[in-house]
Design a protein around this ligand. Structure first.
Ligand SMILES: *Cc1c(COP(=O)(O)O)cnc(C)c1O
Length: 369
């Protein structure tokens, strides 16, 4: 009998994410109102589409393994050096490199229980030990607890998404600076800024590089290139040299490099998306208020709406899919599991969601009513 490596054998079988395509097969629907994965409803920049279309015939070629032109443009954008930028197949890919490089088997990787789960799959896959802090009851990250647990567990890596997913909450510059100083200084801080485009750069940790800080960004959210799979990390040349040793040299899609580069030159488009997303958030808050439901103030392209208890939130999510073909998701763990999470849609998608949501919420009673 063939056997997997013990590390892999020890991992419980799981489906980390049921995609909308699978849900369409299961429900026999040919389309869904797709508001479950925080994809951009506003598409890629037309400039990116034109540039990618023009280069399609050269898909016979591999992309530049150094992603040089893109890194150059990113270095200009962020005021850092080309050597301080690493391009990967999305943040999910870069996160795997950071875990593999810095979390030895048995070493502790610290995250917030219920936050963006891809880190956890990598830590399990590379034999690290997951340790957790918890969300505060208001859905905010507990920075004090993160410091305490990192110290106690001698964490090798701390992961935090800012703005956060799935809560949508945000830690501002001053608070983040204090946190970065308060944590043990021999820990790698993996700062996932997937939603950075939706907040002011001046409210984020200032752009500087040091070995203990790896920050990641993506073209999947505001730039609408999730399917192209492209993102980047900013850190020191030394840390990038470490990640270079294990990265897949030809892992980045050539067309994604071209689309990402063209996107960077279309700042008006990004601003348009950010403004449209802000309007969508306002619509969702208002819809919640109309139905007597609170929301968590969001700094991302999604909003968490409070259904009061986890079973009601689950029932609402399921009924939206089953009866209306509206796909949203919900956080799985307390204290956020009483919320549903809805991505920012276009105005017609928001109308479809609002009509379905009104219908379903009135039909699914609250435990506390
Ligand atoms: C969407 C998301 C990602 C995934 O980014 P990719 O570049 O598409 O891999 C990473 N982190 C967070 C917090 C996200 O919400």
């Amino acid at each position: 009998m063939i056997r997997p490596a013990p590390l892999v054998e020890a991992i419980e079988p799981m489906t980390p994410f049921i995609g909308p395509e699978e849900l369409m097969r299961e429900t026999g629907r040919s389309s869904l109102v797709r508001l479950g994965a925080n994809e951009s409803a506003f598409g890629p920049s037309p400039r990116a589409v034109t540039a990618m279309a023009a280069e399609l015939e050269r898909l016979a070629w591999y992309g530049d393994p150094e992603s040089y032109e893109l890194r150059e443009a990113l270095a200009r954008k962020h005021g850092c050096r080309v050597e301080e930028v690493l391009v990967g197949a999305g943040i999910d890919d870069l996160m795997g490199l950071a875990v593999r490089a810095f979390v030895a088997p048995g070493a502790a990787a610290l995250t917030t229980r219920g936050s963006y789960p891809t880190l956890n799959y990598h830590v399990n896959g590379y034999g690290g030990r997951l340790v957790y802090a918890h969300y505060r009851t208001d859905g905010r990250l507990d920075l004090d607890e993160l410091v305490t647990v990192a110290t106690r567990e001698r964490a090798a890596l701390i992961y935090l998404a800012n703005p956060d997913n799935p809560s949508g909450t945000f830690v501002d510059r001053n608070e983040m600076q204090r946190f970065f100083e308060a944590m043990p200084h021999d820990v790698v801080f993996l700062l996932d800024e997937a939603y950075a485009d939706f907040v002011d750069e001046s409210s984020l940790l200032p752009m500087h590089v040091e070995d203990r800080l790896i920050r990641t960004r993506t073209f999947s959210k505001a730039y609408g290139l999730a399917g192209a799979r492209i993102g980047y990390a900013i850190t020191t040349e030394r840390v990038i040299g470490i990640l270079q040793k294990i990265r897949l040299h030809y892992g980045v899609n050539r067309n994604a490099q071209i689309g990402a580069l063209a996107s960077l030159s279309d700042e008006p488009f990004r601003r348009h998306v950010v403004e449209s997303v802000a309007q969508a958030r306002e619509d969702y808050y208002a819809l919640g208020r109309e139905l007597g439901l609170g929301s968590i103030e969001s700094f991302t392209n999604f909003v968490c709406i409070d259904l009061g208890d986890p079973s009601r939130a689950t029932a609402v999510m399921n009924a939206l899919l089953r009866d209306h073909g509206v796909w949203i998701r919900k956080p799985g763990l307390p204290p956020l599991d009483r919320y549903v999470r809805v991505s920012a849609g276009t105005p017609p998608m928001r109308e479809a969601f609002a009509a379905a949501f009104r219908d379903v919420v009135s039909a699914v009673p609250s435990l506390h009513a």
